[in-house]
Design a protein around this ligand. Structure first.
Ligand code: ASP
Length: 587
C-alpha cells in the first residue's frame, strides 16, 4: 500500500511521487493549508494539503483527527526557505498531497502517543496499543529484538542449538511458588508452568546435546517487586564438558559483543570478578554496584576498645561494626539530613541506629558521640577510614547481616544522591563461589542458595557432611550496575552426590524420587559433567536501554498486582469449564 516509510524521504527524492501510510500525529490548519505530521514506526513526514491538492482531497483532509490511519499519495517537494526542520530526519522535504485515503478512523485518544508527558499510569497498560505506539516503546521493542538476535547469532556461531522445552510440566525447583494448570484428562492432577527449563536442559546434556540455548519463558508466582514479573524471559543455556570458567567465558564474549554492537562500547574481557565472600565484606551485597567506590570498612577490632557502649556491645556479642566514608559529604548532610539517613537504615533494614562523624579542618572527628571515644581511638578510626576534612563517616554496629544490609542500602542511596557515577555508565562483573546453602530460619534447615542441582567446589565436598555453611558452590552471577543480570552453576552429575545434597536440603528419598526421579535415573545413564547459566532478558534489555523499569522492556507486562489491565487477565471462567476440570473455587 505504500512506496516509502515515514522516515525515508529525503532531499534526493524531490520531484518524485510517493505514497505513505501511517497515523495522523498532528495537524495544523494555516489559513486553508493543512499540515499533517504522518507517523509510523520509523519516523514522521510532513504532509501538506493545499488548494492544488484539489477541493475534494482538501475537504477530506480537514476532517482528519489525531491517530486516524491514512494513505497519502503526492509529490515530494523541498520545504520552503526557512521552514526546514533540522530536528526531523525528513525535515528538508514535505509530501504535497494529491490523493488521500482514510484507512481507518480513531476515537479521540485518552492520551497522545507522542505527547510530551507520560500518560497517566493506569491508562498505559489499559490502552497498551496506544502506549506501544509511543516512539520510546517502539525503540525499546526494537532494542529487545536486536539484543535477542545478537544473542542467537553469537551462540549459533559457537554451535549452540535452540531446543524448546515444555510449558506444561512438573514443578521445577527454583524456590518460588508454581503456577498450576489443572489436567482435564486426569482429574485432580496438575501441570506446573516452568519456573525455568532447568531440569530439561540437564536432561538434554545427558542426551548429548552439549550446547543448548533457549529464549525461555519462565513463570514464578511471587509477590511482585518493582523489577519482577510473574512471567519473564531468560536467555537459558547449558553446556557439557565445561568448568565454570568456560561458561563465564561464553558470557564474557556475549557481553562484549552486546556492548559493542548496542552501545558502541569496548568492554575488556575477562570481566572482573570477585568471590561472594569478598562482595559481602566490601559491599554488603552479592550484586554490588561497582560504578563507584565507598566500600565498607570494618572497625570491629577498634570497637572492642571503645568506651562507646553501642560499639563495644556489638563487637563483644559477635556482631560487627562497619562503616562507609562519604567523601566530601559532610557539608551535604545537615543534622536533619543525617536523621533521615538514620530513619532509613532503621526502618528499611532494621538497624538500631546510625553513628556518624564529620571530619573537621585539621582532621578532628566531630559528632555528638565523639566524647565517648578517646582521642587515640578517634585517630585510629580516622586512619582506618582514610578520612580527610570534609568527609562524612557513617557506622552501623549490629549483627553481621544487619550491618551488610544497612550499609549496602546506605551506599546505594548515597551513591545516587551524591552523583558518584554517571547514570549512563555501564559496569559488568562476576560474583563467584556463592555458598551452597543458606540457613532458613523460618523453616529451620538448609535451603539451596541457587538450586539443588548445583555442584560444590571439588575441594569443599567434604564440607557437605562437616560444615554445610562453609561449603562453597561452583556458582557465578553476572552483575550489571549493581543488578543481578543472571546466574548459573556447574551441576551435580553424580547421582550419589545429588542424593546427598537432597538429604541435606531435607528432601527425603521418596520425595526426591517422586519429584526428580527422572533426573536421578538420567544421572545413572552416562551423564556428562555439565553446567550453564540463565540471563534475565527483560532486565538486561532494561539496563542496556536505560529504561525505567522492566515493564518498558516487555510488550505486554503485568501490573504490580500481576494483572493485565488490557485483557483483564486473570479473569473468572465459565462454571462449565471448572466442572470439566473437576475444580471448585473456595471463596
Ligand atoms: N535455572 C537457573 C535460574 O533460573 C539458571 C541456571 O542455573 O542455569 O536461575
Amino acid at each position: 500500500m505504500r512506496t516509502h516509510r515515514c522516515n525515508e524521504l529525503r532531499a534526493e527524492h524531490v520531484g518524485g511521487e510517493a505514497t505513505l501510510c501511517g497515523w495522523v500525529d498532528s495537524y495544523r490548519d494555516h489559513s486553508g493549508v493543512l499540515f499533517v505530521d504522518l507517523r509510523d514506526r520509523y519516523g514522521k513526514t510532513q504532509v501538506v494539503f493545499a488548494p492544488e491538492s484539489g477541493d475534494e482531497t482538501l475537504r477530506q483532509a480537514k476532517s482528519l483527527r489525531a491517530e486516524w490511519v491514512i494513505a497519502v499519495t503526492g509529490k515530494v517537494a523541498p520545504r520552503p526557505e526557512g521552514t526546514v526542520n533540522p530536528k526531523l530526519e525528513t525535515g528538508e522535504i514535505e509530501l504535497r498531497a494529491r490523493h488521500l485515503e482514510v484507512l481507518n478512523r480513531s476515537r479521540p485518544v485518552p492520551f497522545q502517543p507522542t505527547g510530551n508527558d507520560l500518560p497517566v499510569e493506569d491508562l498505559r497498560p489499559k490502552h497498551r496499543y496506544l502506549d506501544l505506539r509511543r516512539p520510546a516503546m517502539q525503540r525499546a521493542m526494537e532494542l529487545r529484538h536486536r539484543m535477542i538476535k545478537i544473542m542467537r547469532d553469537y551462540l549459533d556461531e559457537l554451535d549452540f542449538i535452540d531446543v524448546e522445552t515444555p510449558m506444561l510440566g512438573r514443578s521445577t525447583p527454583e524456590g518460588a511458588r508454581d503456577y498450576l494448570v489443572p489436567s482435564r484428562i486426569q482429574r485432580g492432577t496438575f501441570y506446573a508452568l516452568p519456573q525455568s527449563p532447568q531440569l530439561y536442559k540437564q536432561i538434554l546434556m545427558i542426551a548429548g546435546y552439549d550446547r543448548y540455548v533457549q529464549i525461555a519463558r519462565c513463570f514464578r508466582d511471587e509477590d511482585l517487586r518493582a523489577d519482577r514479573q510473574p512471567e519473564f524471559t531468560q536467555l537459558d543455556l547449558e553446556m557439557a564438558f565445561v568448568t565454570a570458567e568456560d561458561v563465564i567465558g561464553v558470557i564474557d564474549g556475549l557481553v562484549a559483543r552486546l556492548a559493542r554492537e548496542i552501545l558502541g562500547l569496548e568492554v575488556a574481557t575477562p570481566l572482573p570478578r570477585m568471590t561472594y565472600d569478598e562482595a559481602m565484606e566490601r559491599f554488603g551485597h552479592d550484586a554490588p554496584d561497582l560504578r563507584f567506590g565507598m566500600e565498607l570498612t570494618d572497625l570491629t577490632d577498634l570497637a572492642r576498645e571503645a568506651e562507646f557502649r553501642v560499639f563495644r556491645a556489638a563487637a563483644e556479642s559477635g556482631g560487627r561494626v562497619r562503616g562507609i566514608n562519604a567523601k566530601e559529604a559532610a557539608g551535604r548532610y545537615s543534622r536533619k539530613g543525617i536523621d533521615e539517613l538514620t530513619t532509613y537504615v532503621q526502618e528499611d533494614f532494621g538497624a538500631k541506629g546510625l553513628a556518624w562523624f564529620k571530619v573537621e579542618e585539621g582532621g578532628k572527628l566531630a559528632s555528638p558521640i565523639a566524647k565517648n571515644f578517646s582521642e587515640d581511638l578517634l585517630e585510629k578510626i580516622a586512619g582506618r577510614m582514610e578520612a580527610v576534612p570534609g568527609d562524612l563517616l557513617l557506622f552501623v554496629a549490629d549483627k553481621y547481616e544487619v550491618t551488610s544490609k544497612a550499609l549496602y542500602g546506605l551506599r546505594k542511596r548515597l551513591g545516587a544522591e551524591l552523583k558518584l557515577y554517571d547514570p549512563g555508565q555501564m559496569h559488568f562483573s562476576w560474583v563467584v563461589e556463592f555458598p551452597m546453602f543458606a540457613y532458613d530460619e523460618e523453616e529451620g534447615g538448609w535451603a539451596a542458595m541457587h538450586h539443588p542441582f548445583t555442584a560444590p567446589r571439588p575441594q569443599d565436598r567434604e564440607l557437605l557432611a562437616d560444615d554445610p555453611a562453609a561449603c562453597r558452590a561452583q556458582a557465578y552471577d553476572l552483575v550489571i550496575n549493581g543488578s543481578e543480570a543472571g546466574g548459573g552453576t556447574i551441576r551435580i552429575h553424580d547421582q550419589g552426590l545429588q542424593q546427598q545434597v537432597f538429604r541435606l536440603l531435607g528432601i527425603d528419598e521418596e520425595t526426591a524420587r517422586d519429584r526428580f526421579g527422572f533426573l536421578l535415573d538420567g544421572l545413572q545413564y552416562g551423564a556428562p559433567p555439565h553446567g550453564g547459566i540463565a540471563l534475565g532478558i527483560d532486565r538486561v534489555v532494561m539496563l542496556f536501554g536505560r529504561l525505567e523499569s522492566i515493564r518498558e522492556a516487555i510488550a505486554f507486562p503485568k501490573t504490580q498486582r500481576a494483572t493485565d489491565l488490557m485483557t483483564g487477565a486473570p479473569g473468572a471462567v465459565d462454571p462449565r469449564q471448572l466442572k470439566e476440570l473437576g475444580v471448585q473455587v473456595v471463596r
